[in-house]
Write a protein that binds this ligand. Structure first.
Ligand code: NAD
Length: 336
């Protein structure tokens, strides 16, 4: 750990291959006016979002290159990993969204050079830290985007349609995992007029699911862990078998399944078996937001869209990347 000093110079770097950006010009102004910091911006920081360097400069930032940001900053900030062992200030530390529980190996370079890393995705989910909660920002967008993607691919419509030519039934959507992403997916699917069911191992999620107008599916015998801070924990084999059976039953009548179930630092639980996908109607859609952690569906492939016997399976854990401008508006506040 570095000694505690007041950081004075804060530098923002681009993350190659990631369209997201972590700070807006208006938050740069707040850093300078309210926190009396000097702000360095790597040239072209937000080019992907059509925000010019001159807009950052107009709020008081100094525009420079990557090596100057690294060499001069007390705090070095980027969306994801950018450090390759370059020379930085003695007490400089890094802030980003590194997912270190899953990408432990990527931290070795920081360890080797004895650098302090603050990964915003590891902040406690407490009321005090809520304004810095990047996970909630990204998960909300991902839940929303998952429904929009599914609606585009699904060979039907979401709302009930009553016309002179007949009535079309609403789409049936099943949400697995009712955390931040799952609840946003429920709200979005409901707004589009779908009939929504949701399942989560945490009984506490039931009230939130019902308040959004969806039906909560329950499996008895949940193992709670007070120490898990509201997160789900690994369940018994007996529970998992009962759960798979119940989910299979509900998938049979679903047009769309959006799965978001995760256990922090662990492989994602497998909830959608091959036999369940085989039983779905051709034209149905599965969006697996847990694909990066191994997937909730046995067939999902991370960052791939596959078609299995007429069912489209979208494996994508980073759907907030598809709304980088909305992501920026939220995470810019989180990073500030
Ligand atoms: P997450 O991404 O870790 O997991 C998504 C959901 O999957 C969770 O609701 C989890 O219970 C569920 N899940 C795990 N295993 C499952 C299984 N086998 N079957 C079905 N569902 C399964 O969760 P998250 O969205 O990051 O939220 C985790 C917790 O943190 C929730 O209790 C949430 O309310 C809480 N939270 C608190 C704050 C705060 O500021 N206080 C902010 C955000 C989230």
């Amino acid at each position: 750990m570095s000694e505690l000093t007041t950081p004075r110079i804060v530098g923002f770097l681009k993350t190659p291959h990631d369209p997201r950006v972590c700070i807006l010009p208006k938050e740069v102004k707040r850093l300078i006016d309210q926190l009396k910091m000097t702000v360095l911006i790597e040239s072209g920081l937000a080019n992907t979002l059509q925000i010019e360097d001159s807009e950052y400069a107009a709020e008081g930032a100094q525009i420079t290159d990557k090596s100057s940001v690294l060499q001069q900053s007390d705090l070095i900030i980027s969306i994801d990993h950018i450090y390759e062992g370059e020379e930085v200030k003695k007490n400089a530390s890094f802030i980003g969204i590194y997912n270190p529980l899953f990408y432990r190996d990527q931290l070795s370079i920081y360890l080797e050079h004895q650098r302090t890393v603050h990964s915003l995705d590891l902040l406690p989910r407490t009321t005090l830290a809520q304004s810095m909660d990047v996970l909630s920002s990204m998960a909300s967008l991902a839940g929303y985007r998952a429904v929009i993607k599914a609606a585009n691919v699904f060979n039907g419509i979401f709302p009930m349609f009553t016309t002179a030519a007949g009535t079309l039934s609403p789409a049936k959507v099943l949400i697995l995992g009712a955390g931040v992403a799952g609840l946003q997916a429920i709200a979005t699917a409901r707004r589009l007029g779908a009939k929504v069911e949701a399942f989560d191992v945490r009984p506490a999620a039931g009230e939130e699911v019902r308040s959004l107008g969806a039906t909560f599916i329950e499996v008895e015998g949940y193992t709670d862990a007070a120490s898990a801070g509201g997160y789900a924990v690994e369940q018994t084999e007996e529970y998992k078998a009962r759960q798979k059976e119940l989910i299979h039953k509900h998938i049979l009548s679903s047009d769309i399944v959006i799965s978001t179930a995760n256990i922090p630092g662990r492989k994602a639980p497998v909830l959608i078996e091959v036999r369940s996908v085989e039983a779905m109607k051709p034209g149905s859609v599965i969006v697996d937001l847990a694909a990066e952690q191994g997937g909730n569906c046995e067939l999902s492939k991370n960052n791939e869209v596959i078609n299995y016997k007429g069912v489209t399976i979208i494996g994508n854990s980073n759907l907030s990347l598809e709304d980088p401008a909305a992501d920026l508006r939220l995470v810019s506040n989180n990073f500030f």
